[in-house]
Each structure stands twice: as structure tokens, then as C-alpha cells.
Design a protein around this ligand. Structure first.
Ligand code: SF4
Ligand code: SF4
Length: 191
């Protein structure tokens, strides 16, 4: 019978990443039974745990990113394997090598944009309030009654950009007699 030699370096790195509890798994399969994913598609936490035990995790595979960390399996595990911690550790491990499956790359790009510019598109902060140009929308200051914050999509997404100005003009249209101080966040406030 063919035996697979453990990939020790990977095992050590997985342990250092906080996924040491995989060694307690005795492959009962309860995690797969309760995992909501298996109502709509096949997904085996039991298999992922087994692979991690032997340092055979395929970090380029999107399976380690599929777990939603709902913890349902963790609550039912008879060996306290802490599956969610393990998956997070494996993702950290993969991230350390800069390895991401195609499906995860947009999330990485969004998170880089949020980190750098405060929005998932990676657009300049200074453009956040461009939608209000030409409209009589004041910059928010303390004491104003209403703050309209259209969020990132309405501020940057090319298809949705027109929604914010329309929202503002409709408010003026329907409530012309009510003294409302409509304001927008200043560029400084969005930083
Ligand atoms: S429920 Fe726990 S012990 Fe059972 S297969 Fe899953 S991780 Fe292993
Ligand atoms: S934590 Fe992940 S593997 Fe466990 S039940 Fe939830 S989605 Fe499934």
C-alpha cells in the first residue's frame, strides 16, 4: 500500500499559524453532516482537517476559503478540533505565501482598496464627494439635522453614481416646504 510522507515544513507552519488542534480529529464526519454547505453543494471540512493533519493542504485551492466560519461544526465536534480556527490559520498561512484562488482575488483587491483609500474600488478619497458637485448640498457640520451618506457604491460605482444626486433632488422635490438641512460628508470627514 502506498504511503504519503508527511510534508513536515507545512505541518510546522500550520501549527505555528494556530491550527494545531487538527491532530485531535478522528474523522467521525459529524462536521460534514451539520455543515450548511452540504445542503447546496459538497464541502468536506473533515477532508480539509485530514489534509491539514498531514501537511497536505492545497493552499491554492478555494476550499479553504469556502467555510463561512458559522461555527456549526465546531459546536458539534466531539474532539474540540476548532475547525474555524484551523481554517483561519490555513488562510493566514496561504496569505503569507501570497496564494489566492481566482474566486478570492476580488475580495483581496477590495480589501486593499479599503485599506489604502477607504473604499473597495481603490478610488481616490478626494473623489468621494464628486457626486454632489453642482448641487446645493452643504458639507456636514455639527448641529445639522440630516446627514446623507451615500456610501462607497453610490459615490464611486460608475453604474450607481447617478443615484445619489437623484436621491438628493427628489428630496428637494417632495419636501420643498420643509426646512431640512441636507448635508453631505466632507472629503475630510470620509478619510
Ligand atoms: S467533527 Fe471533529 S472529530 Fe469529527 S471529523 Fe469533524 S473535525 Fe474530526
Ligand atoms: S464553520 Fe465552516 S465548515 Fe463548519 S459548519 Fe460552518 S461553514 Fe461548515
Amino acid at each position: 500500500m502506498e504511503t504519503v510522507a508527511p510534508f513536515k515544513e507545512a505541518i510546522d507552519e500550520i501549527k505555528e499559524s494556530g491550527a494545531d488542534a487538527v491532530k485531535f480529529c478522528y474523522q467521525c464526519g459529524k462536521c460534514d453532516t451539520v455543515c450548511p454547505w452540504n445542503k447546496v453543494r459538497t464541502f468536506s471540512m473533515r477532508k480539509l482537517i485530514r489534509e491539514a493533519t498531514f501537511g497536505l493542504t492545497e493552499i491554492e485551492n478555494e476550499e479553504i476559503w469556502r467555510c463561512t466560519t458559522c461555527e456549526k461544526c465546531q459546536q458539534r465536534c466531539p474532539r474540540d478540533v476548532k475547525q474555524v480556527n484551523n481554517m483561519i490559520a490555513l488562510r493566514r498561512f496561504a496569505t503569507g505565501y501570497g496564494v489566492f484562488p481566482e474566486a478570492v482575488k476580488p475580495v483581496r483587491a477590495a480589501s486593499a482598496g479599503l485599506f489604502a483609500e477607504g473604499n473597495p474600488f481603490g478610488e481616490a478619497r478626494s473623489k468621494r464627494a464628486e457626486w454632489a458637485e453642482g448641487l446645493s448640498v452643504k458639507t456636514f457640520t455639527e448641529g445639522m439635522e440630516i446627514l446623507y451618506f451615500p456610501g462607497c457604491y453610490l459615490s464611486y460605482d460608475s453604474r450607481l453614481k447617478k443615484v445619489a444626486p437623484i436621491t438628493v433632488s427628489k428630496r428637494f422635490l417632495f419636501l420643498p416646504l420643509i426646512a431640512i438641512t441636507l448635508s453631505r460628508m466632507s472629503i475630510q470627514n470620509s478619510m
